[in-house]
Design a protein around this ligand. Structure first.
Ligand SMILES: *[C@@H]1O[C@H](CO)[C@@H](O)[C@H](O)[C@H]1NC(C)=O
Length: 178
């Protein structure tokens, strides 16, 4: 019975263990997401997030902090994208580790708020307000930044979103340059 329990936990550890602990115990940075860090206990890793949403883990100081990091976003996305066919301008604003955009058509308002999680990856939420039927769509967005004003993106409906149709011609996935 004990063997089965040990086997069970070993299987769980193997499935969940995305990081291989180099030392028995300690705290290590997570290159994929600087909001979090790995805690190793007896070679078992556990991911922990900084408590404040404005913090990142500093591997130098081995603590969560709000500024003074050794990394910055690799490229700037600040600029204006002309979206066709319903001509619309999407205004991107990047400031420190934050990314915003907004745009408007006759019937819809779009706003995005996101945050860099490492040099090239942004996660955030887009809100699409339908002015006609007062419906609010919430989309979870991920961006991989490829260069200045260049990125690839995926977006999916947030599970708490109201259910309404996406705006006509809403195409906001794949790669975008402007
Ligand atoms: C940033 O994170 C993504 C996944 O979250 C990862 O694929 C990528 O390699 C990371 N980039 C860097 C520069 O560490």
């Amino acid at each position: 019975m004990i063997e089965i329990v040990i086997l069970f936990f070993t299987v769980i550890a193997v499935i969940q263990g995305s990081y291989s602990c180099a030392q028995t115990n300690g705290i290590f940075k997570n290159d994929d997401d600087f909001r979090s860090y790995y805690v190793c206990t007896n070679y078992c890793d556990r991911i922990e997030y900084c408590t404040e949403t404005t913090e990142y883990y500093s591997s130098l100081e081995r603590t969560c902090k709000t500024d003074g990091f050794l990394w910055i976003p690799a490229y700037s996305l600040t600029g204006v994208q002309e979206v066709t066919p319903t001509v619309q301008y999407r205004h991107f604003q990047q400031s420190n580790y934050d990314l915003y955009w907004s745009s408007e058509t006759k019937n819809h308002q779009f706003t995005f708020t996101g945050r860099y999680i490492n040099e090239t990856q942004v996660v955030g939420t887009e809100i699409i307000l339908s002015l006609k039927n007062k419906c609010i769509l919430v989309r979870d967005v991920q961006l991989t930044v490829k260069g200045t004003k260049s990125f690839c993106t995926t977006n999916i409906e947030n599970r708490y979103s109201m259910k309404c149709e996406l705006p006509p011609n809403y195409a906001f996935s794949g790669c975008i340059n402007y």
